[in-house]
Design a binder for this molecule. Structure first.
Ligand SMILES: Nc1ncnc2c1ncn2[C@@H]1O[C@H](COP(=O)(O)OP(=O)(O)OP(=O)(O)O)[C@@H](O)[C@H]1O
Ligand SMILES: [Mg+2]
Length: 255
């Protein structure tokens, strides 16, 4: 990792003009703001005028203090939260110019989302949870029956849960649940993976293994990843490191 002295901060407004961004970006945020209302008079400006271009195959890591707007930013990228102003573009298309149905397809088929708090369905086994995203796929893309189950089991194996395929979430540790969620996010072979502290509850070794696995998928399949992390030592694995501070985004330029 570069030393602090080598790191320079660039203003968020420059992020869209990176030299590597000549191709159409997979994901682009244009002056995006998100203001939440808290009761009658009070508002929170969670995201303040963020512009960002992410090219295909990039592994972007975002750090920042608690409450700085990281989760809000990922939700905006996922089309889960509507910006108060500005635009979020996926392959050049404004997410909020799409119909509800098209936006659902984007969320279900193009994006894999790993939420900050693991969200497995308690009544389903680990492998059934991993299979869930395939239920919403159109028929021609649905990985029906055996091949889908094989793939789900394979993914569980990759995250180290091959002996927990039939376990229910309550029978899994917090870290194991997190790993099952990672497997689920990759089930539909997304082109964009949005991961909100995916390794937060894991020990360092498991964390390294999971991130190494994500790097491998990113390189092998040219998957684009935007990941929020508190683990500064992981930043050297990113193709770009960004920092969120009070709703604005800056780039750490590493020489
Ligand atoms: N639904 C909401 N309604 C009102 N305010 C919200 C809502 N969600 C988030 N906020 C506020 O927006 C700000 C940014 O929250 P966000 O969850 O994006 O932060 P974060 O960087 O992900 O923090 P952490 O590292 O603790 O997860 C915070 O001040 C938070 O209180
Ligand atoms: Mg958060």
């Amino acid at each position: 990792m570069s030393t602090q002295g080598e790191e320079q901060m660039a203003s968020a407004t420059n992020l869209a003009q990176n030299p590597g961004d000549r191709k159409q970006p997979v994901l682009a945020l244009q002056e995006v703001t998100k203001t939440y209302s808290l009761g009658r008079q009070s508002t929170v400006e969670a995201v303040r005028g963020v512009s960002l271009s992410v090219a295909q195959g990039e592994f972007v890591m975002i750090t920042g203090r608690s409450g700085s707007g990281k989760t809000t930013l990922l939700n905006l990228m996922a089309g889960l939260t509507r910006p108060t102003s500005g635009r979020v573009l996926f392959n050049g298309e404004d997410l909020w110019g799409l119909s509800d149905r098209q936006r659902s397809t984007y969320r279900n088929q193009r994006v894999g989302f790993i939420f900050q708090f693991p969200s497995l369905i308690g009544s389903l086994t680990a492998v059934e949870n991993v299979l869930l995203p395939t239920m919403f796929a159109p028929r021609d893309r649905r990985l029906d029956g055996r091949p889908a189950r094989q793939r789900a089991e394979e993914l569980l194996g990759i995250v180290g849960l091959s002996d927990r395929v039939a376990a229910r979430p309550r029978q899994l540790s917090a870290g194991q649940q997190k790993r099952a969620v990672i497997a689920r996010a990759l089930m539909n072979e997304p082109s964009l993976l949005l991961a909100d502290e995916p390794t937060a509850d894991l020990d360092e070794r498991t964390e390294r293994e999971i991130v190494a696995f994500l790097c491998e998928v990113q390189q092998r399949r040219n998957l684009t990843i935007v990941m929020v992390t508190h683990a500064g030592e992981l930043l050297r694995l990113a193709t770009r490191a960004l920092e969120m501070s009070e709703g604005t985004l800056s780039e750490k330029i590493r020489s």
